[in-house]
Write a protein of this length. Structure first.
Length: 248
């Protein structure tokens, strides 16, 4: 029983040592890591321990394997803040040195079904603008999203494809004079479906994040409901919280 308890701690030690070397710059993006046998000798551990450590690093998006070539250091994950209302997707990418771009897959007006009617607090069959996009960082797909906006808040949005390639919130505020008060977001880890894998250029079944968002105006009416799927190997999220003395 003791050996079973020790194994997780041991592979975590190996994993963290490799990760420290990546962070320190010993292994840079694109560099090939030593073989499993070389790592076994370096850390004086079994091949099973090394293999589990590498699997964990791969799941976290730190490294990736290329069949027949070896294991390589992956690109760093792109950070998205869920606490910064003033900075949209593009602004956050630019700050991290990436070039943002957007592909519009679909932009049309549809009748609200029961689910949309509930989420947007409107009647069934009320007109809703559906906007489907893929957002890119340096031409690499980062996330896929579908947004639903009640037609009454932005009646001309369906004809504004160019505007929809930038910040949707900024477009709603500046062109359609829609005040934005708050968003409620829910994050859930899921596995990529066949469709998502095609859109994001990842294997089917890859770990991804589903981010469901409801946006409210100053009157606390939902003005947008969206479902976005972020690549798990390229995304990480930060949340900033503020506390008062009473909260402590």
């Amino acid at each position: 029983m003791d050996s079973i308890k020790e194994q997780p701690a041991l592979y975590n030690v190996v994993k963290n040592k490799i990760l420290d070397q990546i962070k320190a710059g010993k292994y840079e993006v694109g560099d090939k890591l030593p073989t499993e046998m070389e790592l076994c000798e370096e850390y004086s551990v079994s091949r099973t321990t090394v293999r589990i450590a590498l699997q964990q690093l791969a799941l976290e998006g730190r490294i990736h394997r290329i069949q027949g070539k070896g294991t390589f250091v992956s690109k760093p994950k792109i950070q998205t803040s869920l606490s910064t209302a003033e900075k949209g997707f593009a602004s956050q990418l630019i700050e991290q040195g990436y070039r943002p771009s957007t592909e519009i897959l679909d932009l049309r007006v549809i009748p609200a079904d029961q689910t949309l009617a509930i989420n947007l607090q409107i009647n069934e069959n009320d007109p809703v603008t559906r906007l489907t996009r893929i957002r890119y960082a340096n031409d690499e797909p980062l996330f896929y999203s579908i947004s639903f906006i009640p037609w009454q808040f932005a009646p001309g949005l369906v004809n504004d494809e160019e505007g929809c390639k930038s910040s949707l919130f900024q477009l709603l505020q500046e062109k359609y004079k829609v005040g934005i008060h708050k968003t409620i977001e829910t994050i859930e880890p899921i596995l990529a479906s066949e469709t998502i894998s095609e859109y994001l250029g990842i294997p089917e079944g890859s770990p991804v994040f589903s981010l469901e968002t409801t946006t409210y105006n100053d009157d606390m009416k939902p003005i947008e409901f969206s479902d976005s799927v972020f690549r798990g190997d390229r995304s990480k999220f930060t949340i900033e919280r503020f506390y008062t003395t009473l909260d402590m």
